[in-house]
Ligand binder design. Sequence first.
Ligand SMILES: [Zn+2]
Length: 400
Amino acid sequence: MDTLVRAGILYPVTSPPIENGWLLLRGGRIVRFGGGAPPRADGIIDLAGYLVMPGFVNTHSHLQFTAARGKMPNHDFIEWVRAAIAYSSKISVNEMLRGVEEGVEELLASGTTAVGDIASHPTVAEKVARSSLRAVVFAEALAPNETGGEQAWRHCLDFLEVARNAGGRVGLAPHGPHTVAPQLFAAFFRYARERDIPITSHVAESPEENRFIGTGEGPFLDLLQNRGTLANGFNGYGKSPVMLIRQQGALRHLIAAHLNEVDEEDVAALVAEKAIPVFCPGSSRWFGRKKVMPLDRFFEAGLAPCLGTDSAASNGSLSMLDELRAARGYFDSIPLERLVEAATMNGARALGLECGALEPGRWADIAAFPVRNGLPLDAVFTAKEAAFVMVGGKVMRNTA
Ligand SMILES: [Zn+2]
C-alpha cells in the first residue's frame, strides 16, 4: 500500500528544496521522493499549498514538568532552582502524567515528531515511551556524592527496563557535573557507551555552576549542603564543568545541553571530543541570560548542534517553532537552513533515530506549514502551528 504526499515545496533538509515535489511512503517509511510527474499510489495526501519537511526533533525536554508552567516564582536562576526542587518534591505522579499528555499535544501541534525527554520517574518514562511521539527517554540521575551512587544506579536501571518494556528507546541523563559525582558521571558514561545508548547532561548552564565546580563556593554549595547531599570539606575541582567532564573521559559525543558558560579552552575541548551541543534558547531567554551557547562557533567548527525546548517550568512554550524563532533572535547571522538542520537532522542523529530528513529508508515523520511568499523557510519561521503532522506514516494532525 503506497501513499503519495504532494507538496507545494518539498524540503528534505539533506538536499535542496523541490517545488511541486512529492514523497512516496510505504510501511511507515519514505520510499522515494522527487519533483515532476509523481508515481502512482494507492492513496494521495494533497499538501500542494504547503511546505513539507521532516518533523522537528526536540532534543532536550522534561515533559513531566509541563504542569509547572506559570508556577515558578520568578526568573532568577537560583531562586528558580530552589522553587523547582520544592515543586519536584510535591508534584504527584498523576500531575506529571497529565503534563506529559499536554506537552506531547503541544509538541505535535508545532510539527515536532520526536523527542529526547528526561524523566525522573519510571511511570513518566513509560507514558512518554507509549506516546504518539517518537521518543528517547532518558533516566535522570542525581547523586552529588558517592554514597548516593548505588541508589541512583538502581533507580536508573529499573527505569530503563520499564521504558524499554514499554517499547521505548532509552538513554541516561546524569543531571549535571555539579549534581552527579565525577566518578559516578564517568560510570554512567561507560555504561551508556558499552550498550550504545545515548547519554545527555546539563553542562555549564549558569555562572553559579561554574563557580561551584571551580571552587566549591556559591549558592550551589548552600543548596546541596542543605539537602545533605554533599561531602564535608568540598572545595571544588579547580576547573570548568566541561574540563571536569573531559577529565573523566565522558565528553566524547556527549549530548550537552545549555553550554552557556564556556571559554576558549572549553570550546576547543568540545570540538575535539565532537560533543553534541543542545541549544535551549527559550530557557536562556527565560533566565535573561546575556551569555549563551556560542552556537555560531559550534557550527563553524563542524559540530552538529541540536535544539531543545527544556521544560515548561523555564520556557513559556514547548513549540519548536517558537524555539527556532528564539534561536534566530540570538543568532541572526546563522542561516535559517542551519537552524532547521539543528531542529531536525542533528537531533535525529544525536538520539539515534531514523528521522530528521526526507530520504528513502527514513521514517515518514513529517510536518507541513502553509507556503509564504518569499523564501521557502519563511513558511516555518512565520508559522504558529503545523497544518499537518505524520509520525511513522500515521496522520496525527491535519488541518490542511
Ligand atoms: Zn533541562
